[in-house]
Design a protein around this ligand. Sequence first.
Ligand code: ADP
Length: 543
Amino acid sequence: MDTQSNPSDPGRLQQASSAETDRGELARTRQLLALIVESSNDAIISEDLNGTITSWNRGAERIFGFTESEVIGKPVSILYMPGKSEEMPAILERIRAGERVEHYETLRRHKNGHSISVSLTVSPIRDEDGNIIGASKISRDITEIKRLVERAQFSIAETQFRKLLEAAPDGILEVNAEGKITVLNEAAERMFGYGPGELVGGSIEALVPAAMRGGHSQHRASYAGHPKTRPMGTGLELQGQRKDGSLFPVEISLSPNWSEGSLHVIASVRDITERKLVEDRIRVLREQYTAELTAKNEQLEARNLEIEQANRLKDEFLASMSHELRTPLHTIIGFSELLTEQLEGPLNEKQHRFIGHILQDARHLLNLINEVLDISKIESGRLELKREIFDFGHCVEEVLAGLRPQAASKNIMLENKSSSQTTLYADRMRVKEILYNLLSNAVKFTPEGGTVWVESTHDVESLRVSVCDTGIGIAKEEQLAIFDKFYQIRDSRKVVREGTGLGLSITKHLVELHGGTICIESQLGQGSRFMLTFPLRNSHPVE
Ligand code: ADP
């Protein structure tokens, strides 16, 4: 029996009436929901999974401009802005997967074509079995909010820009295509002597010296032809004109600024009055200094001329004196030698001694004259080397031979310990003079029974010669000074009275003229070693 269909059963009746009540509740709830949806300010739209619009509330009509009948059954893409449709497949994909998309900001298209900024919340719609059959979209029009945010951001940026402009130490001005000042900072107003806002809208030409104004508009036009960041008037002395008409030096740098479709120029102006003053001061000082220097140079030139003249006179004097002195000296020496030979008759012992003194001092005098002439020639750069190829060993032997009598008289052993046979391209006479000076000093300053010797070695680069003795030696502090002109060590003067103090000075010059070097190693009471080098490479003539 079908108990359910019996209406006379009171229990069943009760059940039936409660089901009706439920349906009524549901209908009321639905109605309420529909009312809520209808009265919402937001657009509430539903669409199926193919993107076809299935419901459309009044909010949607208000926001998008389409009526319900215009959109139901139409693809939702009619609401997309061109280029914005590619985001939807991804959103629908998430809906199919049962996800919700919240507060997704995008642009939508109004019926009349303008764009609307919307914030979307998209949720899946399920049937009674829970299958996803579509999507509900709540779109909130955020166009106005966006505009307000943008305006606020813009105003913050503008404030920051203004602060930056005012913080700049240089005057900054923006000039439009007509040459009118559109924006400027306080530094620019102060620099040109204007009050706040006085220059805005005025012509930039007001800041250009009257004499330059004509050309300035042409310059502006030519800048518009090649707008790029660059200094203005390179190489020119630019000036600005203050409100009171006074002028001041400026340095200007220009940059283009495209604003509202036309070319504006931003000029950064620097007042360089201070710098110019410093530069002027430096220029005056430099001129003064140059003038002083020129005067000093002139004085020096005059002095050089005087010195040159004095030198010439000295050379002439020395040349004539050398002739005048040497001629009689040669006569004295010649006749004294003749007398000592006693060919014209015998000399008694006293006469012999006297003639010996005359001869010794005359030779000493001749030596002194020769040395003085040598040093004067060297110092005036007139001593020229007469180079030739010769055997250095022979040269040593010749000098040693000349000194043997002197050495023998003091019982000094004179040795040649040279191990090398070297050919030298040098001034033979001068090399002999060098060796003679060193060896005669060695013999002179070595006590009886000592030894004096010459050593030499060579490689491809140079010939190294040492002149050594076991003599009185030279103190460390004297070792540099002995190469000075006329320098003689006081203690050595007690041992040996003869000498001029010129020998080592001449020797050093001669060695250096040959491109060589000279130095000394010595210890008091032990002896001395004079070390020479003569370059071998590049010193030979090209064959
Ligand atoms: P001088 O004509 O006096 O020898 P030099 O210029 O040749 O002049 O030498 C300068 C001085 O150097 C000498 O007076 C002497 O005091 C010192 N001197 C030079 N050679 C030697 C040496 N071999 N031993 C010690 N003293 C020396």
